[in-house]
Design a protein around this ligand. Structure first.
Ligand code: NAD
Length: 480
């Protein structure tokens, strides 16, 4: 069986203990490769390699650094079919989605930050008649980047690209559930001529490898994307060490549909924002709030279209909903559906595991599920489920919709459907989320700051924010 190796000091290598774990294909339930089960010793080696490369990498001209990153982007595009297939097998997502979204966005991340770093300017401030201040920004050093399983290569590159472009050396850990594309990526880095030790990828479990990255005293900044509970543990460890921290965490995002919306666009995009990637996108709109006068019509059309979504083998082009990432995650999602029933919810469609004939017989498939009749404050409406499960609730006024939208510990994203321009601005302004989409979903301009409010995260990534995060500012004040 293929072994997924670490990438340390420019070499692909087995973990020091020699241990590997099975890597499961969630669509079949069978192990199809083995991933390094690394520990703190491997992280320590990665930090030594990263430190060794830092001087040369941080001093390399911006053009030369950018050229290597652009080369990696070109190689991702060259191998996009292979990467999309690997991502689909690792995570269970339809291969069509991996081809259309994950892989193109991964190379876009590399290109965006490679070129952005060449336009990154410093500030200067004149105190009239007194002094001139100028601010320099230098790379922070060796940084840790930890990513989740839901958009494996896209989120991995989202973390490491700005770090590398800013001149940092990186110790990175992809999710142990979806390590294959990061492994293929490490081969592309070697082919592109990325200097040894600039990027180190250590595979393994969160509580071993991830924790060792967070605790390592020579890793000065941590960029993490994952669950809110893990984020709390990371913050508790890193804060007393005064590390820079960027945390992109969970969401329970409202999708607010006003009666004056463009109905067709609202329904069709809401189907996507509910069930794309089996609902395993942090930005999915899992709480649909519909103005009462449109409620019955919306629910009926939404449920009809949900029933039409084809759940099936992720490798088939016609599949719209693939497998959940793991058996335990599937059981968690099914557990939430049971909870919704106990809380008085009515399941309008879905609600159970789906058995697929043939090679995917043992896969972890759950039917897209629509639940109504729940109170805003129940656990089903408050906790992140992260699966193909949405609730729909009616509201009677704009104020009530905003209240429902904000009545949650999370604040990652929100969507508003209305043709009333003034209302769109007014509502967007009052929702406490890092990004608000009006009449669209998942559009991303990489120049804009990205990140959650409340328990959805700390710090902003994207654009200059990400490059700033991986640098340290110093001000020089010159008396005139
Ligand atoms: P997770 O928190 O379980 O794991 C994320 C990563 O952290 C993995 O690589 C894991 O191995 C590692 N990890 C686990 N424990 C650790 C520890 N103690 N120290 C250091 N690292 C540790 O999250 P997940 O289940 O992989 O991903 C799903 C979650 O990610 C959802 O909550 C989702 O909303 C969130 N997410 C957020 C965003 C965003 O941009 N805000 C994007 C995607 C996913």
């Amino acid at each position: 069986m293929e072994q997924i190796l670490n990438y340390i000091g420019g070499k692909l290598c087995a973990p020091t203990t020699g241990s590997f774990m099975n890597n499961i294909n969630p669509a079949t339930g069978a192990a199809y490769s083995q991933v390094a089960d690394s520990d703190a010793a491997d992280v320590a080696q990665a930090v030594i390699a990263a430190k060794g490369s830092f001087q040369a990498w941080s001093k390399m001209s911006l053009q030369n650094r950018a050229a290597v990153l652009m080369k990696i982007a070109d190689l991702i595009d060259r191998d996009s079919d292979q990467l999309a297939l690997a991502e689909s097998i690792d995570q269970g997502k339809p291969v069509k989605l991996a081809k259309a979204v994950d892989i193109p966005r991964a190379s876009a991340n590399m290109r965006f930050f490679a070129t952005a770093s060449m336009h990154f300017a410093s500030d200067s401030h004149l105190m009239e008649g007194e002094a001139i201040n100028y601010t320099t920004r230098t790379p922070v050093g060796v940084v840790g980047c930890i990513s989740p399983w839901n958009l494996p290569l896209y989120l991995f590159t989202w973390k490491i690209a700005p770090a590398l472009a800013a001149g940092c050396s990186v110790v990175a850990k992809p999710s142990e559930l979806t390590p294959m594309t990061a492994f293929l990526f490490s081969k592309l880095c070697i082919e592109a001529g990325l200097p040894d030790g600039v990027l180190n990828i250590v595979h393994g479990l969160g509580n071993k490898v991830g924790q060792a990255i967070i605790e390592h005293p020579e890793i000065t900044a941590i960029s993490f994307t994952g669950g809110t509970v893990t984020g709390k543990t990371i913050a508790a460890t890193a804060a007393p060490m005064f590390k820079k921290l960027s945390l992109e965490l969970g969401g329970k995002n409202p999708n607010i549909v006003f009666a004056d919306c463009d109905f067709e666009k609202a329904v069709s995009t809401s189907i996507q924002s509910s069930f794309s990637n089996q609902g395993e996108i942090c930005l999915c709109g899992s709480r649909i709030l519909v103005e009462r006068s449109l409620y019955d019509k919306f629910v009926s059309e939404f449920v009809n279209r949900t029933r039409e979504l084809l759940v099936g083998d992720p490798l088939e082009e016609k599949t719209r909903v693939g497998a959940l990432v793991s058996e335990s995650h599937m059981n968690k999602v099914l557990g939430y559906i049971e909870l919704a029933k106990q809380e008085g919810g009515k399941i309008l469609c879905g609600g159970s595991r789906v058995k697929i004939e043939g090679r995917c017989e043992q896969g972890y498939f759950v039917a897209p599920t629509v639940i109504v009749g729940l109170d805003q404050n129940c656990r089903t409406n408050q906790e992140e489920i992260f699966g193909p499960v949405v609730t729909i609730m009616p509201f009677d006024s704009e104020e009530e919709a905003i209240g429902y939208a904000n009545s949650n510990a999370y604040g990652l994203s929100a969507t508003v459907w209305t043709e009333n321009l003034t209302r769109a601005h007014r509502v967007a302004h009052q929702i406490k989320s890092g990004i608000i989409w009006v009449n669209c979903w998942l559009l991303r301009d990489l120049r804009t700051p990205f990140g959650g409010m409340k328990q959805s995260g700390v710090g902003r990534e994207g654009g200059w924010e990400a490059l700033r995060f991986f640098t340290e500012a110093k001000n020089v004040c010159i008396k005139l």
